[in-house]
Structure formats: C-alpha cells, structure tokens
Design a binder for this molecule. Structure first.
Ligand code: 3PG
Length: 306
C-alpha cells in the first residue's frame, strides 16, 4: 500500500517521523512530496498511490483523474473546502478530516492576534487589556471551544453564536449565547471567526454585520478568507478608523488593505494557525492511523463525503 504525504506547507520533521512510523508499522510505504511549487508535481506523485495525506493542498477533479489507484484522502486538519467532495465520491474515493487535532494551536494564535491588536501592533503607545472585555466567538466548533477555554484565563466575558451547536452545549461551558450573528457583533467589540467556508458562509461577514460593532472593534480571522466580503470590509474600515482586522489568511485584496490601513490591518504571510509541532504531530498521526484503520478494518469514522 502506498501512502503519499503531499504538503505544500510541510509538517515539522518530528511529525513526519511519527507519520512514517505509523505507516511503516502497518507494512505500508510512505512517499513524501513536500514544498512542491507546481501542480504538475502533485499530478505526477499521485499516479500510483492508494492513499494521500494533505493539508490545505487542493484535491480537485484533475488530481483525482490522475490518481488511478486512490482509495482515500485524509485532510490532516479541520477544513476540507480544498477537496472536491463530489468528484471524490464519483471516483469512489473516501475523504476524511481529523477534527480537533490542531484546534489548540489555532486558538492560541487567536490570542496572540488579539493582544497584538489591542496593544497597537506593539508600537509602544498605550493600548488596552483583554481582561473584562466582551469576546464574541462566531461558530462554536473545536477551535471556538478552545478559544472560550483560553478566554476564561484572560477573564474575558465570552459570548458565542453558532447556527448548529445546541445552546445547552455552549451554556454548559459558561458561554453567553446570543440568538443571531447580528446580535453577537452588536454586543462584542472583539470577535473571533471560526466559520468553515461553505456556500452559505462565503462572503457572509459583510458591512451590515460589522457596522454596529462597539467602538475599538477588532475582528480576528483564523478561519477562511472566503467568509469575508472584502470590498465591504474595506468600505467599513474606511468609514471607521477604530476598526482593526487581523487575519491568518491573506485576503485577495491584501495590498489594498496594507496601503489603506497600515496601522489597523495585519495578515500573516502564510496561514500559520496550525503550524506547531504539536498540531502537526496530532493531525499527522491521526491521519496516518485513519488510513491504516480504513484499509485494515474498513473504518470510515470522520468520512466527510457521501
Ligand atoms: C484547518 O482547516 O485545519 C486549518 O485551517 C489548518 O490548515 P493547514 O493545515 O493548511 O495549516
């Protein structure tokens, strides 16, 4: 059995060693394609493999067409908007993710970003503290839950809105649950986004939603760039010079944001929320074990396509 680890943004070496250990202990072969720069390299590498472990790497119809022996793709991470699920189903390929394995890493980065924002990008001027402030968590999944846990250490007042998570689950974590996204943004000056990129959420963070955020607003995005309506965010930041946007996913209009809002906008050069050894190890081992379980026991837990 051949397993390809295809990561344009590589895992830490220690995680790759752990993945190799799981794969080889099962009697399988691990093939590495790291830091590739061209889709052609991926198309060549997938030709005769039975399984692929990826991160945000794009698995589209062309890749699936080229991978004649492929049975399973595991996205070592949470979001699987980079995989064409329909095409995978048509090709008889099982797609899985590894939910929760990198959530703490992303949640810790959220606080690095909030502190950076409220301390004025570390420019030496007097900023504010997080203690006692209202934090809004938009979508209460694995990362949202970890953000709530860490926020308690900062003694923040934590609010959340999630269209799918039962109110009781959030309340059991001591969260103040609001009835709509609109209400969350009206109440909280600090909001952390944790929405997946879906047909419903794309462009949903728009002018109307953001315009009533309290003074000194900070929006932190460690989710996906697609959920933001960038033109409307620019319009809003133009009108409100108290509004800051900090993101781990560089917007399409990055240059415009830098030019217009140099002291109120920051983007990491490359998504780094899940870039810790711990998250790499957790997600990498989980992905490798899920592949072994799939082939040896027919286990399809964490399957995300039909
Ligand atoms: C995820 O969906 O798990 C995160 O966005 C991390 O993505 P990455 O593996 O590309 O860093």
């Amino acid at each position: 059995m051949k397993v390809l680890l295809a990561t344009e943004k590589p895992f830490a070496k220690v995680a790759v060693d752990d993945i190799r250990n799981v794969i080889e202990s099962a009697g399988y072969e691990l093939i590495l394609l790291e830091k590739y720069t061209d889709k052609a390299q991926l198309l060549e590498a997938v030709k005769d493999v039975n399984a692929i472990i990826i991160r945000s790497d794009i698995i589209d119809k062309e890749v699936l067409d080229a991978a004649k022996e492929l049975k399973i793709v595991v996205r070592a991470g949470a979001g699987y908007d980079n995989v064409d699920l329909e095409a995978a189903t048509e090709h008889g390929v099982c797609v899985m993710n590894t939910p929760g394995q990198n959530s703490n890493a992303v949640a810790e980065l959220v606080f690095g970003m909030f502190v950076y924002a409220v301390r004025n990008f570390f420019n030496g001027t007097s900023g504010t503290e997080l203690k006692g402030k209202k934090l809004g968590i938009h979508a209460y999944g694995n990362v949202g839950r970890n953000v709530a846990r860490i926020a308690r250490g900062f003694e923040m007042e934590v609010y959340a809105y999630d269209a799918f998570c039962p109110k009781e689950v959030m309340e059991a974590d001591g969260i103040k649950v609001v009835g709509s996204a609109k209400e969350l943004y009206e109440v909280c000056p600090l909001v952390s986004l944790h929405l997946p990129a879906t047909a419903e959420t794309k462009g949903s963070i728009n002018y109307d939603l953001l315009k009533d955020m309290p003074k000194g607003a900070v929006l932190v995005n460690t989710a996906r760039k697609e959920v933001i309506n960038e033109d409307e965010l620019i319009k809003l930041m133009d009108e409100r010079n108290d509004f800051k946007y900090i993101t781990d996913i560089m917007p399409a209009a990055h240059r415009k944001f830098v030019e217009l809002f140099p002291t109120r906008y920051f983007s990491t050069p490359k998504k780094m929320g899940a870039q810790t050894s711990e998250a790499n190890i957790n997600a990498g081992i989980a992905a490798a074990e899920q592949i072994v379980g799939f082939f040896k026991e027919g286990c399809e837990k964490f399957r995300v396509n039909k």
